[in-house]
Design a protein around this ligand. Structure first.
Ligand SMILES: *[C@@H]1O[C@H](CO)[C@@H](O)[C@H](O)[C@H]1NC(C)=O
Ligand SMILES: *[C@@H]1O[C@H](CO)[C@@H](O)[C@H](O)[C@H]1NC(C)=O
Ligand SMILES: *[C@@H]1O[C@H](CO)[C@@H](O)[C@H](O)[C@H]1NC(C)=O
Ligand SMILES: *[C@@H]1O[C@H](CO)[C@@H](O)[C@H](O)[C@H]1NC(C)=O
Length: 477
């Protein structure tokens, strides 16, 4: 990012400056330099196996290395197809989120239960992108991280129907620390809130059977158990999890899922006495070799943030208890504040499972036109899936693009990392799109996707109901 010696960016930059001055707008104070060659997929194609992710403990905080899921997904033959698929699934997830919010808002509770919550967890939708490794009953398990659902589960042996995974299946029968959760216990009853389906007694009238349906046919079914969970050296005895005997869906090669939602059964709640209800993550860029971290515990001195953490209010929805909402008060592009009626309405969802940020049409429209004004003179390229602001930059080595800042209640400003502004549809940069999309309707709720959360330390502090942001180059070591 410091190849300031290249003349090209300066030459590209001059015309903006002139236009900016002519219009009397100070548009161009804030720019990012993007090296277009850096984003090629070439290296990613070589990844074909996944090793367990690392972990460590520091000042009572557990840190788990976090990788993009593509790290485990093997050889990719057709990136274009894969990307297209990613975005289509992303849209399905967003539609499902919107219909849930709408339902909850309209107070139509008949037929509504928390059951629908996991529908949004996007497993089937292939949008849950980040994995960590934990030790369950002494065995390494690589699981997908989901902030939108609560029950943590792994596939168990003997298995009635399991998808292929990289690690060996978990075998409760040979683990001395494994215990069944009985169906007459209050723990079994917490399933209702966590998954929407109440726990039911097995045929033996003892075990507590759970069923989580993630919509469109994807599910996990099995019984609740308690097991020793080692999170990077912090051990929790009797952690309640799902032992999945019948699981279906696109979980990649992962052993299961870690639920970081907000109800009683979630990992955050179960580990409250150890970590105080605080976790944070730093999402690496999608390059397969990049690693980030998931930390559990509130001592912020272990983070490697380069700017102070600033906190905004975490807003809860009375019906959608697992979701983390924020009050987005504005967006600025290259230092220019956008004007749009859709700000400060007290609700934008921050989601680790949605990829591309969705904005209300009025906000997206303002963002697009300001971006085009500042990033002008580049050949346009056709839109791609949900993305409609695209350029052909194949002739350029490097370009300057305006910064994007999100503003939240409490005077919090979040600078979107440069890797989160452009989506490279074609690796030769002949189709590069602004990685933000419009919602269909003004009354839908915006979503901050994980593409715009990269290289940020994002702290979820449920105890103080606040969410913090700081800049950090994600790196586990
Ligand atoms: C789990 O993986 C880590 C990292 O590769 C390794 O050091 C550790 O020995 C493994 N633990 C088990 C029980 O296999
Ligand atoms: C649950 O059932 C078991 C026997 O299956 C019994 O020993 C235990 O006391 C029961 N617990 C409660 C809370 O009813
Ligand atoms: C969002 O924050 C703004 C600025 O602090 C405030 O004026 C507005 O009332 C907030 N909106 C809601 C719904 O809380
Ligand atoms: C992009 O621009 C280059 C150079 O001008 C051109 O050769 C190429 O055909 C364009 N590609 C697309 C997909 O438009």
């Amino acid at each position: 990012m410091s190849e300031g010696s290249s003349l090209l960016p300066l030459m590209l930059f001059l015309p903006f400056l002139l236009v900016g001055m002519r219009e009397g707008v100070h548009c161009f104070e804030e720019v990012n330099v993007v090296n277009l060659k850096k984003f090629q997929w070439r290296d990613v194609n070589h990844v074909s196996s996944c090793q367990p992710q690392k972990s460590r403990k520091e000042k009572g905080v557990t840190m788990l290395e976090m990788k993009h899921r593509d790290y485990c997904s093997g050889l990719v033959k057709d990136w274009n197809k894969k990307l297209q698929k990613h975005l289509i699934s992303d849209d399905l997830r967003v539609q499902s989120l919107q219909s849930q919010i709408k339902r909850a808002d309209s107070g139509r509770t008949e037929g509504f239960s928390e059951a629908q919550l996991p529908l949004t967890s996007g497993i089937k939708l292939q949008t849950l992108n980040y994995i960590v490794t934990v030790e369950l009953g002494g065995k390494n398990m690589t699981v997908i991280v989901d902030t939108g659902s609560d029950l943590t589960w792994v596939q168990c042996d003997p298995c009635k129907s399991c998808y292929g995974q990289q690690d060996p299946l978990f075998k409760p029968s040979i683990s001395p620390s494994y215990q069944s959760v009985l169906c007459n216990t209050s723990t079994c009853q917490t399933l209702q809130l966590a998954t929407g389906n109440s726990g039911v007694c097995g045929t033996d009238q003892r075990t507590c059977n759970y069923f989580v349906r993630y919509g469109d046919g994807s599910y996990t079914r099995g019984e609740l158990g308690r097991e020793r969970l080692d999170l990077g050296g912090t051990v929790m005895e009797g952690f309640v999890f799902g032992c999945g005997r019948n699981n279906k869906g696109l979980f990649g090669g992962a052993s299961g899922l870690m639920g970081l939602g907000r109800t009683k059964l979630s990992l955050v709640s179960q580990t409250f006495s150890k970590f105080g209800g605080v976790f944070s993550y730093c999402l690496p860029s999608s390059e397969a070799d990049a690693s980030g971290s998931l930390t559990l515990g509130g001592d912020s001195s272990v983070y490697k943030n380069s700017t102070p953490i600033s906190y905004t209010r975490m807003i809860s929805h009375p019906q959608l208890l697992s979701f983390y909402f924020l009050n987005l008060t504005g967006i600025s592009i290259g230092g220019v504040a956008l004007e749009a009626p859709g700000f400060a309405q007290g609700r934008i969802l921050i989601d680790s499972g949605t990829v591309i940020t969705r904005l209300k049409p009025s906000v997206y429209g303002a963002l697009r036109s300001e971006f085009l004004k500042q990033f002008s003179g580049f050949p346009p390229a056709p839109g791609f899936s949900i993305l409609n602001t695209c350029f052909n930059l194949s002739e350029y080595e490097e370009v300057n693009i305006p910064t994007i800042k999100m503003h939240f209640e409490g005077d919090v400003q979040v600078n979107v990392d440069v890797s989160g502004i452009f989506y490279f549809v074609k690796s030769d940069a002949s189709q590069v799109c602004l990685a933000v999309a419009s919602l269909a309707y003004e009354d839908q709720v915006g979503i901050i996707g994980n593409f715009q959360q990269k290289n940020l330390r994002i702290v979820y502090d449920s105890k103080q109901t606040r969410l913090g942001f700081a800049e950090e180059i994600c790196n586990f070591t």
